[in-house]
Ligand binder design. Structure first.
Ligand SMILES: N[C@@H](CCC(=O)N[C@@H](CS)C(=O)NCC(=O)O)C(=O)O
Length: 368
């Protein structure tokens, strides 16, 4: 272990490790990436965090950071140069919202393609990550065991036979729209990567680019997205600027519209169900899921597919960041945002009050 360096415990196969790795490289923060093997989980991750999760970032002062958003925000304070947060209102708000879209909503295509098209590859990867000391056959055995919970979580995310076709249609359309955008721009908001790009790279690197069957789809449908993934994986440190004058390129319109149509109703209902739950419960700690709710996807842009999925309070915590930003803007910025977002139907959610707020304490969600 080199002194003065951060340690990133994770792996190439992990969604959120990819987000953190891109950030650390962009900021030129010295770090060693440490494979999250079985022993690292047992000796470092669980004792430090209290439960098994990656990535975990250990600072040179031996502080433990978990949750990529918490990690990035802690480091932004320490390394403010070349911030990944645009300072102008539209870009800032959309970067926060697109981070949430990448982090939480893109789990649907990421998990669907991974576990329905790349099972064999991923089982081997899970085995190799957990037990690099074993031979191939034994690693497969370990991989089958350690991947069970991930593969088993698909229905809980709303990835079922009923939604498969709609998820694929939606993802392929998203890829095509991103491809058009990246023909002209390096990143979402110009030449500098933002917190929105970092949200998207989670699913678009480990699952949708690196898993071989998914990678082929991306290569075929969206070669510019492949180039963006490579730029994100190995970004030029500190490079580039956000577009001047708070410009949001029109090529982001269909992507923003998809987020509003698909994810916003889920966020709205999550906030609503969580409010009821918190009214009825007194405990401080909030469970990872508080029941199931219905959600809708559009197939062939007309036929609606409805399915059940878990209600995840964490998503409200992430959304609070965008909600707080919007609700503390000065009047002029608010007017600009309102006229920009009204055609997308995005304002209702941002203007709905959040009665019970959440925060993260000791790696857990609690009432604020
Ligand atoms: N929102 C968290 C999520 C971390 C996360 O979900 N990590 C996945 C792997 S990429 C994991 O370890 N999941 C195991 C689990 O949650 O039980 C973050 O931003 O760090």
């Amino acid at each position: 272990m080199s002194k003065g360096k951060y340690r990133l415990l994770g792996g190439e196969v992990s969604y959120f490790t990819g987000k953190t790795r891109s950030y650390l490289r962009f900021k030129e923060i010295p770090f060693d990436e440490v494979l999250a093997t079985r022993d690292v989980y047992k000796n470092e991750i669980v004792p430090r965090v209290g439960f098994p999760v990656v990535p975990v970032l250990i600072t040179p002062d031996d502080e433990t950071l978990q949750d990529t958003t918490v990690i990035i925000d802690a480091l932004e304070e320490k390394y403010p140069v070349a911030s990944v947060y645009p300072v102008t209102p539209k870009q800032h708000l959309l970067a926060l919202l697109l981070e949430l879209f990448g982090d939480e909503w893109m789990k649907l295509p990421a998990m669907h393609y991974r576990w329905n098209y790349n099972m064999e590859f991923v089982v081997a990867e899970f085995g190799a990550l957990s037990r690099p000391d074993l031979g191939k056959e034994e690693q497969l055995e370990v991989g089958r065991r350690t991947s069970k919970n991930f593969a088993g979580s698909l229905p809980f995310l709303g990835v079922t036979e009923a939604t498969t076709a709609a998820i694929e249609e939606s993802y392929e359309a998203l890829l095509k729209h991103l491809n058009v955008h990246f023909e002209k721009y390096q990143f979402l908001f110009g030449d500098r990567l933002s917190i929105g790009d970092l949200g998207l790279i989670g699913p678009l690197y480990a699952h949708l680019y690196r898993d071989p069957a998914s990678g082929e789809i991306m290569q075929h449908l969206a070669p510019r997205v492949v180039e963006w993934v490579k730029r994100m994986y190995d970004p030029e440190p500190g490079a580039g600027e956000f577009l001047a004058d708070d410009v949001i390129p029109d090529s982001l319109d269909p992507i923003i519209q998809r987020m509003v149509d698909e994810q916003f109703p889920v966020l709205k209902d999550t906030i609503c169900k969580l409010e009821e739950w918190l009214d009825r419960h007194t405990e401080e700690d909030i469970p990872r899921a508080i029941g199931m709710h219905e959600f809708t996807l559009l197939k062939n842009t007309h036929k609606e597919v409805t399915e059940q999925r878990g209600i995840f309070p964490y998503q409200q915590w992430m959304f609070q960041r965008a909600h707080d930003y919007y609700n503390t803007l000065d009047e002029e910025s608010r007017r600009t945002i309102d006229s920009y977002l009204t055609p997308f139907g995005a304002l209702e959610l941002l203007q709905t009050p959040i009665r019970h707020r959440l925060r993260i304490e000791n790696f857990n969600l609690v009432r604020a």
